[in-house]
Write a protein that binds this ligand. Structure first.
Ligand SMILES: Cc1cc2nc3c(=O)[nH]c(=O)nc-3n(C[C@H](O)[C@H](O)[C@H](O)COP(=O)(O)OP(=O)(O)OC[C@H]3O[C@@H](n4cnc5c(N)ncnc54)[C@H](O)[C@@H]3O)c2cc1C
Length: 391
């Protein structure tokens, strides 16, 4: 019998496996794919704070960035720049593979090509049943099966009802050397689109949207091609979903849910690597406590949820409300916001303060809304602004 069975060898699952195997526990990782890290459904942008806190990125960095250009629907441009590196663009497949290697070196056993269908909680442990008719018994289980997993729902932990779909392609570029983000309700309704150079000649282009993602990606590529930002229209898209809200409950007796499966993602940007790692760290501490005291009770496991909500709850709440506010903006209102930012210099002031950070957006959102205060009349949904400020 294993001490811990982890379902999913993504960033959250393999980090859990690494931490717990390092503590000497017997860990099994079940991954549905034969190849770790693929297919890639990620742009691979990691903030400097994450990079420094989790030293696992060696050999996976494609490029670094200290700036980004934001574009409004009519083409107004705001450049955010700091002197130091703000984010790293990593090769996500190589990162997942490297993390799994580190977990293996600590003794974690990977069982690839095993898709977990069911997790059954028994009196003396848990049983993970796979589509391939294998069973794995352990004292505890971690569900780290990413976006769209049905396992928490089967366990009675509910499901995530607010999601978006991302689409991305790799393209050839010439002459674009900064990250570009496009806010345009026609190109990426409710969300945003991006062009992220990964080298001098290659970039990832993508967007998030609630529906018609493939059509919007086609329109985005045509627009960028017309603007001579990308060299061709031929590319094979990958699609992936992102949860915008966490699960109501991420624990039960003997079981924890971590990462995208738990909805631990920034609702502002759809970035989930850092929050997934932070929550996996908390989850590993909870499981260490459970295994070392032989206490697998719901009470002990609830400590995980309390701890990660203490760390991320406010961010997720403010981010989620801001996300919905953004969805309701018309293009002309986005243009006005860009004009206000330019004329008041709020971005310069935020860039000088620690409130604007790649990974923590709550304070910057609240400060930005204060600047918008005098222009409230231009927004027909004043109530929403208020809700965020009191959130
Ligand atoms: C288009 C797009 C771009 C993104 N860009 C960024 C970015 O730039 N930066 C960032 O921080 N985040 C980004 N994200 C989000 C990021 O990819 C996720 O938050 C992150 O991968 C979550 O990690 P995870 O370990 O929870 O899940 P995953 O990485 O999805 O890993 C889950 C693993 O579980 C496996 N699995 C699934 N079901 C089962 C099962 N039943 N049994 C066994 N194995 C199973 C999967 O194959 C996978 O290996 C992006 C997402 C999308 C869609």
């Amino acid at each position: 019998m294993y001490d811990i069975a982890v379902a999913g060898a993504g960033v959250a699952g393999s980090y859990m496996a690494y931490r717990l195997a390092s503590l000497g526990y017997k860990v099994a990782v079940l991954e549905e794919h034969e190849k770790i890290g693929e297919p890639v459904q990620c742009t691979g942008i990691i903030g400097a704070e994450c990079f420094e806190r989790f030293p696992f990125f060696d050999g996976t960095v494609l490029s670094t960035t200290s700036s980004a250009k934001l574009f409004s629907p009519s083409g107004k441009e705001i450049r955010l720049h700091r002197d130091s590196v703000q984010a790293y663009i990593i090769n996500r497949a190589a990162f997942d593979l490297g993390l799994a290697e580190k977990a293996r070196e600590q003794g974690a056993q990977y069982h690839l090509g095993n898709r977990v269908n069911n997790v059954v909680v028994l009196d003396d442990g848990v049983m993970l049943e796979t589509e391939e008719q294998e069973t794995f018994k352990a004292k505890t289980a971690v569900i780290a099966t990413g976006f769209g997993t049905k396992i928490p729902q089967k366990l009675g932990l509910g499901s995530i009802d607010d999601i978006i779909i991302g689409a991305q392609v790799e393209v050839d570029i010439d002459g674009v050397n900064e990250i570009e983000v496009y806010f345009d309700q026609k190109l990426a309704p409710g969300f945003f689109a991006w062009l992220v150079p990964t080298s001098k000649h290659k970039a990832l282009v993508g967007l998030f949207s609630r529906k018609n993602t493939a059509r919007h990606l086609g329109d985005l590529l045509s627009t960028l091609f017309r603007q001579n930002k990308i060299a061709s229209l031929e590319a094979t898209p990958t699609y992936g979903g992102v949860p915008l809200r966490p699960l109501k409950r991420t624990y039960m007796e003997r079981v924890l849910v971590v990462g995208d499966a738990a909805g631990q993602v920034k609702p502002t940007t759809g970035g989930g690597v850092y929050y997934g790692l932070l929550c996996a760290e908390i989850a590993a501490e909870t499981l260490d406590q459970a295994l070392s005291t032989n206490d697998f009770s719901e009470r002990l496991f609830s400590g995980y949820e309390k701890a990660w909500r203490r760390k991320l709850g406010r961010e997720l709440r403010i981010g989620h409300r801001a996300r919905h506010l953004h969805e309701r903006l018309a293009n002309w209102q986005i243009d006005i916001i860009f004009s206000i930012i330019e004329s008041t210099g709020v971005h310069e002031s935020l860039l000088r303060s620690p409130e604007l950070s790649f990974d923590w957006h709550g304070d910057a959102i609240l400060k930005g809304l204060k600047y918008l205060g005098p222009w409230r009349r231009l927004f027909t949904f004043r109530g929403s602004l208020k809700i965020i400020q009191t959130g």
